[in-house]
Design a protein around this ligand. Structure first.
Ligand code: HEC
Ligand code: HEC
Length: 420
């Protein structure tokens, strides 16, 4: 409590300090600041709340004159230092993104430059990054203890005998040697039938808040039980039929007994899900971006770092954040600019009007490898996906070529190293 009081005091003192600064600097500068407080005042306190920081973050070459702005710095530093930015929180930045190739008409806003050094020199830029992203953990399942379960799960994942005519396995649509996808807009399942949605990758999926584009399965264990019985996927008629079929295979007699050694009756439908889920929990793909988050500043090249900054500043990281760079929230497609789609997404799960066209924000790990994009696989290229996102989620109609190129470069750093 005392801490909160103190913090409030400090923050308001700094706000005064900043005000003073504001008054000293040029009018254009002042204008931008007023715009700032109008938009973001009061946003600091709440959970999942707003954070600002991008707005002072000028590209090199634009900070000619340096107005001092000293009070502002302490402020920034404190704010970012003690974790006021929240994971999953909002950030703005798009409108202040003074890129040469984007806003030729730069808004003045020339102050506050010692700041640049503070945030980005000497590795401090990492603080900003770490408020949005987390590196992959080394593991999310005890692989030693669960070795038998994982081994069984992998075999089931790869086994087309889980399908009615022995042709389709999980791996058909979620290829382990292909970043967990099939690169089809929608996937041919049993008898070549296709559902209406694109196959998302199974890589890192266990980290998501829930499974499927609409989050209708709670975890990978529950999810795995769906496709086996789905008539357009693996087409098995009943749970009983699946268990019977698997039980009749000698190899599985041994593997199930080992995996469920404490159980007298290891063969049941749920255990198939448990095993596949356990295997899927091993599908983590550490990338160069994880190295970067873990402190190796050289893990990203210059254009990737530039892309990372833009990704944060433009607002992409408002939604695509956390350990999976997505996968941790639901958002409407067409949040700012309506997006045409028949698929009602999460509305079909919750029946809530507000969930129409709401989808789980996809993880962007391995994204350069998992085309085509969006829930219906209708977007062929990553360039197009980035442009559509900027337009429909952020209201930015004209993103320059440079912006797309840099963001794409950053996204490339999210590809698993082992799988490259
Ligand atoms: C015929 C192709 C096909 C097969 C076979 C298939 N899937 Fe999928 N998978 C999909 C599609 C399409 C979706 C998305 C469906 C949706 O969201 O409504 C999906 C979604 C998933 C997801 C959710 C990922 C995320 O990001 O939400 C996981 C995990 C998954 N499948 C694992 C499996 C497993 C395990 C098997 C085998 C038991 C399997 N799939 C079999 C096509 C397939
Ligand atoms: C308001 C939240 C939000 C913001 C902001 C946002 N996205 Fe998305 N993003 C989503 C949602 C939701 C989807 C799924 C849309 C769909 O499939 O219909 C998505 C899908 C994507 C995809 C396709 C993923 C796939 O597997 O098909 C890419 C790539 C992407 N976003 C990149 C970006 C970039 C780059 C930005 C910034 C320019 C951005 N997003 C901003 C919510 C957001």
């Amino acid at each position: 409590m005392i801490l909160i009081l103190l913090l409030t005091l400090i923050l308001s003192a700094q706000a005064y300090a900043q005000d003073d600064n504001k008054n000293q600097s040029g009018s254009e500068h002042q204008e931008s600041h007023e715009q700032e407080s109008g938009k973001h005042g009061g946003g600091h306190g709440h959970k999942g709340g707003m954070m600002h920081g991008g707005e002072h973050d000028h590209e090199e070459g634009e900070n000619g004159d340096g107005h001092g702005h000293g009070g502002g710095h302490g402020h920034e530093g404190d704010k970012h230092g003690d974790g006021h930015g929240h994971k999953g929180g909002m950030m703005h930045g798009g409108e202040h993104d003074h890129e040469d190739d984007e806003n030729g008409d730069s808004h003045g806003h020339g102050g506050g430059h010692g700041h640049e050094g503070g945030m980005h020199g000497g590795g401090h830029g990492m603080d900003n990054v770490k408020q949005y992203f987390e590196p992959l953990p080394a593991s999310i399942i005890d692989e030693e203890k669960n070795a038998a379960l994982i081994k069984l799960g992998k075999m089931l994942y790869m086994d087309p005998r889980l399908s009615v005519n022995d042709k389709i396995s999980c791996n058909s649509c979620h290829g382990l040697n292909n970043y967990g996808v099939d690169n089809e807009p929608t996937s041919p399942g049993h008898e070549g039938k296709r559902g209406g949605r694109n196959s998302p990758t199974t890589m890192n999926a266990a980290l998501h808040i829930a499974q499927f584009w609409d989050g209708r399965a709670s975890d990978v264990e529950a999810q795995a039980l769906g496709p086996i019985l789905n008539p357009v996927e693996m087409g098995m008629p009943t749970k009983g039929a699946v268990v019977q079929k698997i039980q009749a295979i000698d190899e599985y007699q041994v593997l199930f007994a080992e995996a469920f050694s404490e159980s007298k009756h290891p063969f049941n439908y749920n255990n198939i899900g448990k095993a596949i889920g356990a295997f899927e929990r091993t599908l983590l793909t550490p990338s160069r971006f994880d190295d970067f988050l873990n402190g190796d500043e050289d893990a990203l090249n210059k254009s990737e770092k530039k892309g990372l900054k833009k990704f944060m500043r433009m607002g992409c990281a408002n939604c695509h954040n956390g350990v999976a760079i997505g996968g941790n929230s639901y958002k409407k497609i067409g949040l700012v600019e309506p997006y045409e789609t028949e698929d009602m997404g999460r509305y079909e799960v919750t029946g809530l009007e507000s969930d129409k066209k709401v989808f789980k924000v996809p993880s962007l790990r391995n994204i350069t490898k998992t085309a085509p994009y969006f829930h219906d696989g209708s977007v062929e290229t990553l360039d197009e996906a980035i442009q559509l996102m900027a337009k429909h989620q952020l209201g930015r109609d004209h993103v320059g070529h440079g912006m797309v190129r840099d963001i794409k470069a950053f996204l490339g750093s999210l590809t698993g190293k082992d799988t490259q």
